[in-house]
Design a protein around this ligand. Structure first.
Ligand code: 5GP
Ligand code: ZN
Length: 106
């Protein structure tokens, strides 16, 4: 059984609502939003961080997912952030891309 909180969310253990999802990733609202809109794009596959990525196709799919999720959420302007490593502020060690829009409190 996985201890990873994002894997649990992907597995539906918390009934988290997905704003958007596709074959590669799910997108849901951050529990502690740092902007008016704060979404997380999370690959279905458990990868600890950007440092562990060796699949350039998946990375491309994730960036396309950012674009698609932003469109579904009605966002025209948004910031994307990937925290990589503890010292950079990564708290959850399952790769994810933040989408922030509106008033950003970072
Ligand atoms: P990091 O600091 O690792 O880049 O970002 C992790 C993000 O995940 C944080 O913004 C935090 O608020 C969010 N987060 C942590 N646990 C949960 C959770 O159980 N549900 C949701 N929706 N977001 C979470
Ligand atoms: Zn995971």
């Amino acid at each position: 059984m996985t201890e990873c909180i994002f894997c649990k969310i992907i597995n539906g253990e918390f009934n988290t609502e997905f704003v958007y999802q596709n074959e590669y990733a799910v997108v849901f609202k951050d529990i502690n939003p740092k902007a008016d809109t704060h979404l997380l794009v999370v690959p279905r596959k458990h990868i600890e961080s950007l440092n562990e990525v060796d699949d350039e196709v998946l990375l491309g799919k994730l960036m396309m997912t950012v674009k698609e999720a932003a469109k579904v959420a009605g966002l025209k302007s948004f910031r994307t952030v990937i925290n990589t490593g503890k010292d950079a502020g990564q708290e959850v060690f399952h790769l994810h891309i933040h989408i922030l829009a509106g008033s950003i409190r970072l």
